[in-house]
Design a protein around this ligand. Structure first.
Ligand code: SF4
Length: 523
């Protein structure tokens, strides 16, 4: 069975990546790895290639599988049109929460949550054409929606019994210059809930029974009132469950193979890298507490030292990075361990709102003081903290906006490398599903945006005159090249009469243009 696995992640409504252009997620490679082990013949294809190539790249496949986020539905639909109903079409990844729309658009079925739970039975069902026994598969039968939801989340031995396919990384253009994500933790330990009333399927307000904050770890999995776990705007704990850590040796093996294939930038991917190994401390209970136990320093140290001891790391220029940390888990010792292995790289810290009461009401596990402390400690240990905020959140007021501005100023003084502001989008299936996104004329949102834009300009101005290292991916018009700042930074344009493609060069930043920097190579 030949399966086309199409990666639509972050392609939005255009079929092309407009942001996160240099990211290669781990999900589609995992799907390929699972399918290979099950005896199918999968082939990974970038969405842009399916849509922009003159040739019919989907020709000769028996099954289409498309992976994307909720915001990528339009791209997924464009891929489906190219498929022209040549065989079953399956949608999956975080966009599974939009299953009604995906089925309406014409997908044969939608995989809910973790691929390991559904794919073994799905591969058998694709032969027989009978989907009824496939767990976590949603489809229509005689005009009726059928969903066989499995109880719980993937557990060992099923979990980690498949390996993401490393060879498939070659399917991505410029993979050698991209940030290749390697899964190290599945799910998130934050099973606190928002205390802002949910509106879907009906209005419900937290009864403050305390189960999700102080109850036994097992009991925190579900709220008696049905309020989804985690921060109100997030879907990770609901879709992917409590934090579970991947064995260190498997991570090391995958990273080694990726480097051998030519990867230059590896990101240890986790909703929170500091959850790594915390679940082992509470086993067999699920890790549903975002604060206790503290970070597992031994596990973290072992992970980072093992990965950086891979001989290939020393042989050539390779960068190791992590994604997010929960600020409340950052201590002096944690910052020192991260600094030892990740100096000069970025780390993401979620502030979301600078108002303590709002922060807690959203379901965040931290306090504002912990966010600021994390910025300071991580900076002191040589990392470059990026602080994230969201505008238009439920519960936002002039007071919360003013506090957010104040806290972002403090974070910048304490060493935040950048501040990134996102617009609130109500994700289907999250606690905030029923809330509207902010209007483009919302004055509170505009005030926050203006403030962050000013900060962003000053952050970028600081880059002018500095020498940065750039992995040059491709030509970009006459005597111009496009590349990615190493280890992580803005997309760079370089002017040069020499052919710089596939090279790593040093360049001086001349000017900053919106999301890009214009540079001149150092000769
Ligand atoms: S379990 Fe539900 S009702 Fe109880 S405190 Fe948590 S969100 Fe509120």
């Amino acid at each position: 069975m030949r399966v086309a696995v199409v990666d639509c992640l972050a392609t939005g409504s255009t079929g092309r990546r407009l942001s996160s252009v240099d990211v290669i997620g781990s999900g589609p490679r995992l799907v390929v790895g699972i399918l290979k082990k099950l005896g199918a013949e999968p082939h990974l294809v970038e969405c842009e290639r399916v849509l922009s190539s003159g040739a019919d790249v989907l020709k000769g496949f028996d099954v289409l599988m498309v992976s994307g986020m909720s915001s990528d539905i339009r791209s997924a639909f464009m891929v489906l049109r190219k498929w022209r109903g040549r065989g079953p079409s399956i949608a999956g990844g975080p966009m599974c929460v939009e299953y009604r729309d995906l089925l309406k658009l014409g997908f044969s079925a939608v995989v809910w949550g973790e691929a390991e739970i559904s794919l073994p039975a799905l591969v058998r069902a694709l032969d027989s054409g009978d989907f009824r026994g496939v767990p976590n598969l949603i489809f229509e039968e005689n005009g009726r929606l059928v969903a066989n939801f499995a109880l719980g989340y993937a557990e060992e031995p099923l979990l980690w019994s498949f390996e993401p396919d490393t060879e498939s990384v070659r399917s991505y253009r410029y993979f050698w210059a991209c940030r290749v994500y390697v899964e190290v933790v599945r799910g998130c330990s934050n099973f606190y809930r928002t205390t802002i009333p949910i509106k879907v399927p009906e209005v419900v307000e937290c009864a403050r029974c305390g189960i999700c904050r102080f109850g036994e770890l097992e009991s925190r999995i579900s709220c008696p009132l049905g309020i989804p776990p985690g921060c109100g705007y997030c879907l990770v704990p609901r879709l992917y469950g409590p934090a579970r850590s991947r064995p260190t040796d498997r991570i090391v093996k995958e990273v080694a193979e990726l480097i051998e294939l030519g990867a230059t930038r590896v990101v240890l991917s986790a909703p929170d890298i500091l959850d790594y190994g915390r679940d082992w401390l509470v086993k067999p209970s699920p890790l549903t507490d975002p604060r206790q136990p503290p970070a597992n320093l031994d596990a973290l140290e072992k992970l980072l030292s093992s990965v950086t001891s891979i001989p290939e790391f020393k042989k050539r220029e390779v960068y190791l990075m992590v994604e997010n940390v929960k600020p409340n888990l950052v201590t002096d010792e944690v910052a020192r361990v991260l600094g030892r292995y990740l100096k000069g790289t970025t780390v993401n810290i979620g502030l979301e709102t600078g108002d303590n009461e709002h922060h807690v009401r959203l379901g965040r596990p931290s306090t504002i003081e912990e966010v600021l402390r994390a910025v300071k400690l991580l900076r002191e240990c040589g990392l470059k903290p990026y602080v994230y905020a969201i505008y238009g959140l439920p519960g936002e007021s002039w007071r919360t906006v003013r506090s957010t501005i104040k806290v972002l100023k403090k974070a910048t003084k304490l060493g935040a490398e950048r501040v990134i502001l996102y617009k609130f989008r109500p994700l289907r299936g999250s606690a905030f599903e029923g809330y509207p996104p902010p209007s483009s004329r919302d004055r509170k949102a505009l005030t926050l945006k203006k403030f962050v834009d000013t900060l962003e300009i000053s952050f970028k101005k600081k880059l002018v005159g500095k020498t940065v290292r750039i992995a040059v991916a491709d030509a970009y018009g006459e005597n111009t090249y496009i590349g990615y700042t190493l280890p992580h930074g803005p997309v760079a344009l370089l002017k040069s009469g020499d052919d710089l493609r596939n090279k790593i060069v040093d360049a001086v930043v001349l000017e900053v243009k919106r999301r890009k920097v214009v540079c001149s190579p150092v000769t």
